[in-house]
Design a protein around this ligand. Sequence first.
Ligand SMILES: *[C@@H]1O[C@H](CO)[C@@H](O)[C@H](O)[C@H]1NC(C)=O
Ligand SMILES: *[C@@H]1O[C@H](CO)[C@@H](O)[C@H](O)[C@H]1NC(C)=O
Ligand SMILES: *[C@@H]1O[C@H](CO)[C@@H](O)[C@H](O)[C@H]1NC(C)=O
Ligand SMILES: *[C@@H]1O[C@H](CO)[C@@H](O)[C@H](O)[C@H]1NC(C)=O
Ligand SMILES: *[C@@H]1O[C@H](CO)[C@@H](O)[C@H](O)[C@H]1NC(C)=O
Ligand SMILES: *[C@@H]1O[C@H](CO)[C@@H](O)[C@H](O)[C@H]1NC(C)=O
Ligand SMILES: *[C@@H]1O[C@H](CO)[C@@H](O)[C@H](O)[C@H]1NC(C)=O
Ligand SMILES: *[C@@H]1O[C@H](CO)[C@@H](O)[C@H](O)[C@H]1NC(C)=O
Ligand SMILES: *[C@@H]1O[C@H](CO)[C@@H](O)[C@H](O)[C@H]1NC(C)=O
Ligand SMILES: *[C@@H]1O[C@H](CO)[C@@H](O)[C@H](O)[C@H]1NC(C)=O
Ligand SMILES: *[C@@H]1O[C@H](CO)[C@@H](O)[C@H](O)[C@H]1NC(C)=O
Ligand SMILES: *[C@@H]1O[C@H](CO)[C@@H](O)[C@H](O)[C@H]1NC(C)=O
Ligand SMILES: [Cu+2]
Length: 565
Amino acid sequence: MGICRLGFLVGLLWFMVIDRQILCMADTHHYNFVLQQAQFTRLCETKTMLTMNGSFPGPTIHARRGDTIYVNVHNEGEYGVTIHWHGVKQPRNPWSDGPENITQCPIQPGKNFTYEVILSNEEGTLWWHAHSDWSRATVHGAIVIAPALGTTYPFPAPDAEETIIIGSWFKGDLKAIIDEALATGEPPEKSNSLTINGQPGDQLPCSAENTYRYRVNYGKTYLLRVINAVMNEEQFFGIAGHSLTVVGQDAAYIKPITTNYIMITPGQTMDILVSANQTPSYYYIASSSFSDGPNVTFDNTTTTAILQYNGNYTTPSAIPLPPLPRFNDSAAAESYTGRVRSLASENHPINVPQSINRRLYIAIALNFLPCTAATCANSTRVAASMNNVSFEAKPIDILQAYYRSIDGVFDRDFPSEPPKYYNFTGNMTSIDVTTATGTKVKMLNYGESVEIVFQGTNLLAEMNHPIHLHGFSFYLVGTGKGNFNNVTDPKSYNLIDPPEINTVALPKSGWAAIRFIADNPGVWFIHCHLERHSSWGMDTVLIVKNGTTTATSMRPPPASLPSCS
Ligand SMILES: *[C@@H]1O[C@H](CO)[C@@H](O)[C@H](O)[C@H]1NC(C)=O
Ligand SMILES: *[C@@H]1O[C@H](CO)[C@@H](O)[C@H](O)[C@H]1NC(C)=O
Ligand SMILES: *[C@@H]1O[C@H](CO)[C@@H](O)[C@H](O)[C@H]1NC(C)=O
Ligand SMILES: *[C@@H]1O[C@H](CO)[C@@H](O)[C@H](O)[C@H]1NC(C)=O
Ligand SMILES: *[C@@H]1O[C@H](CO)[C@@H](O)[C@H](O)[C@H]1NC(C)=O
Ligand SMILES: *[C@@H]1O[C@H](CO)[C@@H](O)[C@H](O)[C@H]1NC(C)=O
Ligand SMILES: *[C@@H]1O[C@H](CO)[C@@H](O)[C@H](O)[C@H]1NC(C)=O
Ligand SMILES: *[C@@H]1O[C@H](CO)[C@@H](O)[C@H](O)[C@H]1NC(C)=O
Ligand SMILES: *[C@@H]1O[C@H](CO)[C@@H](O)[C@H](O)[C@H]1NC(C)=O
Ligand SMILES: *[C@@H]1O[C@H](CO)[C@@H](O)[C@H](O)[C@H]1NC(C)=O
Ligand SMILES: *[C@@H]1O[C@H](CO)[C@@H](O)[C@H](O)[C@H]1NC(C)=O
Ligand SMILES: *[C@@H]1O[C@H](CO)[C@@H](O)[C@H](O)[C@H]1NC(C)=O
Ligand SMILES: [Cu+2]
């Protein structure tokens, strides 16, 4: 029994005398995770791949709001891997955040590392995933965060709940795919199908028998925790014949949205209520890609699962599919995304910075660079950048280099605005498609109110990009099309109930403005969550300096961090 439960019993007594104050200390949980090779058969082929504990998706972590979770990760695989706890803010504790060579070096085969995953105000659904090369395709799982003891959901309690993870299936070996793409300078191959809870679904070859089925009872309501773990594609998702009531995103509650489909980017999570109120039968749960760039190769499969009512009825001869928007329907994606508002209630308040100390304007672009290695397929290679810097990882983590003042690992001059202004969303014929390269970080003072405007560009290919920030959630105060106008656009900001999220869908040739308080000292990665863009350098790092007290400073490193070879 945890301290929390003891506290709860005492609290119950107090409950009667003290104004509903249930004091409840956070609980701790311990998990053992083992990275290991395992065999899987999908799409008529068998392959051996890296997994957590032999399962795909990997094990679910359960906790309550405010708890701390210790996860000992033991690597029995063939190469070094790190794990990231996506959306967990990790106050003062970047040591356990996980991105490879940003906050730690990889856990090498035969070694282990215990992550201390510190929850604070996250409540709902998050996920964990490997954050080394492309291993996250097969190494990921859910983090389910229930309300703190003595509190409830801000909506009628569901009769049951389930985790729905949308993923990617590659027939080939993930490490070989990305290693080869980076060596040749060519775009990596696309996945062979999307999956729901590890299964392609019966629209795809050899997949009928194991299609994921979720059984429901007529008249009950279900909470679906939907996670997009896909590698390179944003998703449209829906359930035939059923409306979705979205109540949470990225582990923060939102004002309920009733819709027939969602658009969910890699990295995002959405909590959705579904009432089983239709004629008992079978209905497809389906997901297909939203990819609005010109001539972009993407996984165009539709993955399905079956929502299957319990009862005595004739098995339908045809199962209905939900009508999802077409793959390039930016308007459908943006209209769904534009509806999201924070719950912003008394029990779930928000704290949007109203005045700003620090402004960053970051242009996001795809580029070409000269390809000079012997392995290059062409004289150019595909690259990507933020503010005209294509990020390059180093063989030692930035956090350690910062903490131990090791010179020569990173530079502190990541630009606060694009080095050259041009019509970012216009005709690019005369714009230089190359980019600088480097390991540049942006330094922030503790406690600053930060606004970052991400600017999508039309360089090589305009498209929606899911931009993820580690160490924080942020308020999405505005989005728009075209070039950001720093005089007129802020006038339309939502400073009342903007969504509090950790991954923002930056509209195609548009902009997105986010705000947060830099109250988490540490080293925090920012990157596009389309894995190929991140691999090409669409990344940067924020370093938030210590405040003036211990409670506003980074914690010291744990005893046994993986060593850098
Ligand atoms: C993972 O496997 C290890 C070793 O078999 C086991 O001790 C641990 O409980 C498993 N973890 C989960 C979350 O299933
Ligand atoms: C984990 O690694 C530590 C050294 O960092 C070692 O002492 C310990 O035995 C390892 N635990 C397991 C389960 O391998
Ligand atoms: C897309 O590809 C086609 C055929 O290769 C080409 O004609 C067209 O210009 C391309 N469109 C863009 C926007 O790059
Ligand atoms: C998906 O794309 C492939 C080409 O990569 C094409 O042959 C196929 O018809 C497309 N399928 C669908 C359902 O659009
Ligand atoms: C199911 O319904 C059929 C016809 O409506 C009936 O014959 C059968 O006994 C029912 N089975 C059960 C298990 O209720
Ligand atoms: C989407 O793609 C189709 C071709 O597959 C094209 O006909 C249509 O114009 C495109 N729509 C938009 C909004 O680009
Ligand atoms: C690179 O070269 C290969 C053939 O070697 C060709 O098929 C491909 O289209 C080229 N890619 C680019 C981006 O030029
Ligand atoms: C990270 O550093 C290790 C050395 O500890 C190195 O082997 C690995 O290639 C580096 N990873 C990246 C992405 O640079
Ligand atoms: C930028 O380019 C777009 C698309 O061509 C155009 O509509 C817009 O007017 C241009 N903006 C400026 C300021 O030139
Ligand atoms: C883009 O600019 C080039 C030259 O600057 C011009 O030749 C071309 O017609 C323009 N394209 C569009 C779509 O405006
Ligand atoms: C607004 O944008 C212009 C360039 O368009 C830039 O020169 C100026 O510094 C910006 N002002 C602020 C407050 O960011
Ligand atoms: C920040 O504060 C921590 C704890 O007080 C201290 O160990 C560390 O040296 C300080 N500086 C940096 C750069 O982390
Ligand atoms: Cu991430």
